[in-house]
Design a protein around this ligand. Structure first.
Ligand code: NDP
Length: 251
């Protein structure tokens, strides 16, 4: 096991399960101090305990990325505890697919609000700290997008739109911040076995998802966490700007 992230200070949103939980645990194992953000505080405190028992350093910060005040307060708490951050993993997200003529409009709105505006709220709150960190060392903004940014999936209109926005805002932020030393990355996974699929209520979509997950070996949250940790561990002058990671057998 390497400690190639020693001295880094990280924020991981959506750290209470799936990719975020695996990423927070891995970054801490590689030496970073990690702030865990999500709504389910008891999950976060449980994970902080596990990280500490393994010799790592982490704090739990309950936050709802759908609220500007909540994100601002969380950022203040993290900056107060760590003094600054140099690695932000913008991972919190929801996926609520349904056929367009049946979809609940509130679900479409919340996917945009959490996946896109939520990510932007975090960028807004923490970019000043990333820019400060970039003056003396590596600084990373790693946004978790999806292959859905490019691939059309029927019934996923709002979700695919949200992920296309995440990839594109990453491209634009890289053009804006790269010259000042902040690396920006969009990580675009294919299907990963997490709790994300558990929130899907549409029977036809569930049948399709179960079929894919049951027929091939999909990615694990740990697989994606390794990609994120690898990205952050590059020398400061190396920016992996967009990384697509598929399960080998996913078409
Ligand atoms: P999970 O459902 O396991 O994790 C989602 C995380 O987001 C949870 O920690 C959840 O925490 C958090 N979250 C959701 N809403 C909010 C909110 N309003 N405020 C703060 N945190 C929130 O799914 P994944 O790990 O799969 O998803 C992580 C990211 O990866 C998402 O952006 C997803 O779109 C993306 N992705 C996932 C793929 C997959 O196949 N699983 C494929 C490609 C991309 P809590 O409920 O405690 O707030």
């Amino acid at each position: 096991m390497t400690d190639n992230l020693k001295g880094r200070t990280a924020v991981v949103t959506g750290a209470s399960s799936g990719i975020g939980a695996a990423t927070a645990t891995l970054l801490a194992a590689r030496g970073a101090r990690v702030a865990l953000l999500a709504r389910r505080e008891e999950r976060l405190t449980g994970l902080v305990r596990e990280i500490e028992q393994a010799g790592g350093e982490a704090i739990a910060v309950a936050a709802d990325v759908a609220g500007s005040a909540s994100v601002a307060a969380a950022a203040e708490r993290v900056l107060g505890a760590f003094g600054g951050v140099d690695l932000v993993v913008n991972n919190a997200g929801i996926m609520l697919p349904a056929p367009a003529e049946q979809a609940d409009l509130a679900d479409w709105e919340s996917q945009i609000d959490v996946n896109v505006t939520g990510a932007l709220r975090v960028v807004h709150a923490l970019t000043p700290s990333l820019l400060k960190a970039a003056a003396t060392g590596p600084a990373d903004l790693i946004n978790i997008s999806s292959i859905a940014a490019h691939v059309p999936f029927p019934s996923f209109a709002a979700y695919t739109a949200s992920k296309a926005a995440v990839t594109h805002l990453s491209t634009t932020l890289r053009a804006e911040l790269g010259g000042r030393g902040v690396r920006v990355t969009a990580v675009e996974p294919g299907i990963v076995a997490t709790e994300l699929q558990g929130h899907v209520t549409d029977p036809a979509v569930n049948e399709w998802l179960d079929g894919v997950i049951g027929s091939i070996r999909v990615l694990s949250a740990q697989d994606v966490a390794e990609v994120i940790a690898f990205t952050a561990a590059q020398p400061a002058h190396v920016n992996l700007s967009r990384i697509t990671v598929y399960p080998t057998r996913q078409a």
